[in-house]
Design a protein around this ligand. Structure first.
Ligand code: SAH
Length: 352
């Protein structure tokens, strides 16, 4: 049988593989065994899965393909605290996506993409400029981790869905990928080490919340007029809905929602905005992550936008900090790789 007529094993959930094993006359547990080989040992050749019966190995090889996407380009940047490595990964259909590894102190954080392009239309985001091409499948999301763990010969410790795309606009595949990523038998990154960043699609947010993943919401404005101008999704889910949802949660230090705020000169960086933010939120429920706008030199999409001045950024931070909030500033480390989305960032805690 040709490869193209086989199922791609990385797209199969544990339940789907269990069903396959049972229907094919094997024990249900065969599914867990295969998945352990793939996700824990990174063995992709069924013939090498020696605790499976020969007949199951043969059957799997006939029905499934375990070809991994390929790294086609990388960019490496180092500083005193660690390094970031940006990967361009070619999927099996030839489309390319970006993932960024941020190796900082003891953490190896991988920023993964959930879509190719995006349909949310945020004006400050390079991915929006690409338009929407397609959703990634769960296997394509998971395989970003696999190929990069293979490349660094080490485990990823944290995952952030902050690459290309809007994860909650691809909720089915994202949730399916998370089942395998967070399963202690498989990729084994604990839910509290996984952050889903969203522009605020509040209708699907509870699916993610119930599983104890961390949530980051890109707010980027303190009033609806500004937010709707820069983030069209605000017309559907305005600021007051986000505030209500957050304020109705039980307070928990370990599970605060992160409010992401990209600072764009003269658009959303007036210091008055901090007063509104302080009024809206409570330090027990949210923390702030301020992100100086990152703009590629050649960007056409972001041509009219500028990064806020460093004094403004410091002021903005200090006002929120004095009101009792935890505030971090995210600096951009990774540079763009050919046609990259330009929004993948390295995160650094800004020391007080
Ligand atoms: N769609 C999701 C996740 C992708 S964006 C979301 O909107 O949150 C990931 C992060 O990058 C978000 O915090 C977003 O606000 C930020 N971002 C996007 N474009 C940026 C830019 N040009 N400069 C700085 N940060 C940017």
């Amino acid at each position: 049988m040709e490869n193209k007529r086989k199922y791609w094993i990385f797209d199969k959930s544990q339940k789907e593989l269990e069903k396959y094993c049972i229907i094919s006359g094997f024990k249900k547990y065969g599914a867990t065994q295969v998945m352990k080989w793939i996700y824990r040992r990174k063995i992709f050749d069924f013939a090498e899965m020696t605790d499976l019966s020969k007949s199951l190995r043969k059957k799997l090889a006939n029905n499934f393909c375990a070809e991994t996407p390929k790294i086609v380009d990388t960019k490496y940047e180092e500083d005193s605290d660690g390094y970031s490595k940006k990967y361009l990964i070619k999927l099996l259909d030839g489309e390319t996506i970006e993932s960024v590894l941020i190796n900082y102190r003891n953490r190896k954080t991988l920023c993964v993409s959930s879509q190719i392009g995006c349909r949310m239309g945020c004006v400050y985001c390079e991915t929006s400029g690409l338009g929407f091409i397609r959703n990634l499948t769960s296997g394509e999301i998971i395989s970003q981790i696999l190929v990069i763990e293979n490349d660094i010969e080490n485990k990823i410790t944290n995952i952030v869905f902050m690459g290309m795309g809007e994860p909650l606009d691809n909720i089915v595949e994202v949730e399916k990928s998370l089942d395998i990523i967070s399963d202690a038998n498989f990729i084994a990154v604990a839910p509290r080490k996984i952050t889903i960043s969203t522009c605020g699609i509040l209708s699907t947010l509870p699916n993610i919340e119930n599983h104890k993943y961390k949530i980051a919401i890109s707010l980027n404005a303190a009033d609806n007029i500004t937010r709707s101008k820069i983030m069209p999704i605000n017309k559907k889910f305005p600021i007051e809905n986000i505030v209500r949802l957050i304020n109705n949660r039980k307070p928990s230090i370990h599970n605060k929602i992160t409010i992401e705020y990209v600072l764009i000169k003269d658009i959303n960086d007036h210091i008055e905005n901090t007063k509104k933010l302080i009024k809206m939120f409570s330090p027990s429920k949210v923390k702030f992550n301020l992100i100086p706008l990152n703009k590629e030199k050649k960007s056409i999409y972001l041509k009219d936008l500028e990064t806020s001045d460093s004094d403004t950024i410091t002021d903005f931070k200090s006002k929120l900090f004095k009101a009792g909030f935890t505030v971090t500033i995210r600096f951009s480390k990774a540079q763009s790789v050919n046609g990259g989305c330009g929004q993948l960032k390295a995160e650094k805690i800004y020391s007080q």
